[in-house]
Design a protein around this ligand. Structure first.
Ligand code: ADP
Ligand code: MG
Length: 704
């Protein structure tokens, strides 16, 4: 039975009636459809209710595809050469509309009948002030039979090339009908166990496949979609949870002691009392590092929640146990900031820390690499440069990855392969990500949440101002500077090579310099095109309070910490994504003073732009903001998620299918808890399916 099952779905697509070698080649090249099974996985993007007919008099320019019932008259060829076309008039009791064809004129001339009643299906468009329908689908009423046509017509996405080769949505639909008529129950085995089907009220696989392509009712179509989404998400969760199980089997480094280093820092040098959230997360990490298993933990926390201190204390645990600890940041500036910020602590407790980035000079680099290899360097701060082969750790105990969502999973893996015993891994996000997304992106990790900001912070006041209110904004800036505060002004620089953006920044800098002239005011400028040392020089001037205004691009986006800066002005705020806006705003509100964020925009705002600005004005809560971001942009476009294969879903949508993600994960956990090796009879089909996919090879080696 198993082999027959595979056999049918694995049949090369050219063997489907109506395909043949030429169409098969197009299907393969354009849609990666090689087999019957592949075709079944091409899901419709929407459905047309074929029981709904329009009256011609009701057609306006708001419909996309519609269905009409009527007759044809006045068939004639018009125009010459390339403009040659066939036109006709389609009419019903209420009115008439023009039809136009550019191709297949001869055949149409012969086959169109003026006496038959037709069902017409097509998309009305305006052309020269007149409504017409080009290349409508026509079907004689006599042949129209809801049972073979299906009540719903499924619409499939096809490429331009497919369309020119007559493989449009309708053609795919025909092929699908053909394939479904050949499909028998024994061809489809359901990988979801019966218990899950009944618990979550899901259609079986065969019914789902039939009803997604040829739904009998709208309700069944919904059920089919839900079932297939569940399946997709369930398999991802299973995969992630298996990874997690494998990891839990890995021996991990045992951080036995909490010793002098940690204690002396904690007891005498800690600059503030930890928040309860920080304490709780440290306990979770402590537990992991005492478990004898490798830690793989995601630390989620809003901007300013104090992730760095958690990371530092965690690294000290490694040092106390004669291990090195590495902290990897996504940008040079951020790595430098971490290094500068932690240096003072390190010297107090005699811990040796080094900084390695892409711009570390060759001579210095050689020494640093030696110190890393010999173990003389205890803490290693760096960027991607840490991933290079030249970097050989002496005894790496833990890797902390800051602002994780910019690193791909592959990069994570690369770092920990540098050791024979796997180091612990702590991954920190820059801003929170929605739960659904976290479960899918990082479902293989344990999660800690810093859900509390350090005490004494005043919520940042955020306002929206238009370009026309600039003078008032300047007034406000002068007042704040008079109180001794510092101000960031950020310009968008989506791509650092974009000349226009750079000109905007320069112009902005000049006009700010005119409005805030020397000697009363000092203005700094920092952007990605500057030499590192100049950048550093300007940053330092601002940090030391020598300049009151910092005009910058998003290079200051992540991590930068100047507590005296209390005003963040974002120019062209509509051009930034939500998480970026939230990150930028997080640069202020770090001191005891009331902080402000001013979002400057023109009056021309898109609906999305408005929503983003409005969300920022309404809330400071990074978790809420990330939910809106997900809703607006979809999972694939959120910062840094692009690298994740798990985002590439065929049918589920992480922005809207949160409840299904939750259910799928619950089901996967329950299944693995009950039968991690899939030995129960009712899990056999799932086991076969997974082994066929051949994912998680190491898992299966351990199972069998
Ligand atoms: P993020 O989570 O965004 O990385 P940081 O680690 O940069 O946040 O911390 C933000 C600021 O809060 C820093 O100035 C840091 O020193 C300070 N901070 C962190 N923890 C506490 C605390 N428990 N009490 C007071 N200030 C703290
Ligand atoms: Mg940080």
């Amino acid at each position: 039975m198993q082999t027959r099952t595979q056999h049918f779905l694995d049949t090369p697509i050219e063997y489907l009636k109506g395909v043949g070698p030429e169409r098969a080649a197009i299907l393969k090249n354009e849609a990666a459809i090689y087999t019957f099974g592949d075709l079944l996985k091409l899901y419709p993007y929407r459905y047309i209710d074929r029981t709904q007919f329009y009256s011609i008099e009701h057609i306006d320019n708001t419909q996309t595809y519609i269905q009409l019932k009527g007759k044809i008259k006045n068939i004639q060829e018009v125009g010459n050469g390339r403009a040659r076309r066939l036109t006709a008039v389609f009419y019903d009791n209420s009115g008439q509309i023009e039809l136009v064809w550019f191709q297949g004129l001869k055949w149409l001339q012969k086959s169109l009948s003026q006496t038959e009643t037709y069902i017409l299906y097509g998309k009305p468009t305006w052309f020269n002030g007149k409504m017409n329908i080009t290349h409508p689908e026509l079907e004689k009423l006599a042949d129209y039979n809801a049972e073979t046509v299906g009540i719903f017509r499924s619409m499939y996405n096809t490429s331009e090339k497919m369309k020119t080769k007559n493989l449009d949505s309708k053609a795919i639909f025909k092929l699908m009908q053909q394939l479904l008529s050949q499909l028998k129950p024994e061809h489809i085995s359901d990988m979801l166990p019966a218990s899950i089907l009944s618990k979550y009220k899901l259609l079986n696989r065969l019914d789902a496949i039939r009803n997604i392509h040829l739904p009998q009712t709208l309700a069944l179509q919904n059920e089919a979609v839900k079932r297939l989404k569940f399946e997709e998400l369930f398999l991802i969760q299973l995969n992630l949870l298996q990874l997690k199980i494998i990891r839990k089997r890995e021996a991990g480094i045992y951080f036995e002691k909490i010793d002098a280093t940690f204690k002396s820092f904690y007891d005498t040098h800690l600059p503030f009392e930890l928040t309860n959230a920080q304490k709780r997360v440290l306990k979770e990490i402590r537990k992991d590092t005492l478990s004898g298993k490798q830690m793989n933990r995601l630390l989620q926390g809003d901007v300013g929640s104090g992730k760095t201190m958690v990371a530092f204390l965690t690294m000290l645990m490694a040092v106390d146990n004669q291990h090195q600890a590495a902290l990897m940041a996504p940008t040079e500036i951020l790595a430098q900031q971490h290094f500068a910020g932690l240096s003072a602590y390190c010297s107090q407790i005699g811990v040796r820390m080094v900084l390695l980035t892409g711009s570390t000079k060759a001579k210095e680099r050689k020494h640093i690499l030696q110190d890393i290899a010999s173990g003389e360097a205890h803490l290693i701060i760096g960027t991607h440069a840490l991933l290079e082969d030249a970097v050989q750790f002496h005894n790496l105990g833990i890797v902390v990855i800051d602002e994780q969502h910019r690193f791909g999973v592959a990069q994570r893996a690369k770092l920990w392969k540098k050791n024979t015993v796997l180091p612990h891994v702590l991954v920190m996000t820059a801003t929170p990500i929605p739960r659904t997304l976290a479960m899918t992106l990082y479902g293989d990790l344990d999660v800690s949440v810093l859900d509390e900001l350090p005490p004494g912070r005043k919520p940042i006041k955020t306002v929206h101002r238009y370009e026309t209110q600039r003078i008032a904004v300047f007034e406000f800036m002068r007042d704040e500077i008079a109180k001794g505060r510092q101000i960031y002004i950020v310009y968008p620089l989506i791509d650092e090579s974009e000349k226009v953006d750079l000109i905007d920044l320069q112009n902005g800098f000049e006009s700010i310099s005119r409005a805030f002239p020397l000697p009363t005011y000092n203005v700094s400028i920092v952007h990605g095109k500057m030499k590192a040392e100049n950048k550093d020089f300007e940053m330092q001037r601002f940090v030391k309070g020598e300049t009151q205004i910092m005009v910058a691009t998003t290079v200051i986006e992540v991590g930068v910490n100047v507590p005296n800066a209390s005003v963040m002005i974002i120019e062209n705020a509509e051009r930034f994504g939500l998480s970026q806006l939230h990150q930028l705003r997080g640069r202020v509100g770090r001191g005891a003073e009331q902080s402000f964020c001013i979002l400057m925009t023109t009056h021309k705002l898109t609906a999305d732009g408005k929503k983003r600005i409005q969300t920022m004005v309404e809330t400071n809560d990074g978790f809420k903001i990330s939910e809106v971001d997900l809703e607006l942009r979809g999972p694939g476009n959120m910062d840094g998620t692009q690298q994740s294969g798990n985002i590439d879903l065929k049918i589920a949508n992480l922005a809207t299918d949160g409840p299904i993600v939750e259910e799928a994960r619950k089901a996967a956990i329950a299944l693995l808890e009950a039968d991690a090796t899939f030995n129960k009879i009712e899990h056999l089909s799932l086991k076969n399916y997974l082994m066929q996919l051949n994912t998680n090879k190491s898992f299966w080696q351990n199972v069998s």
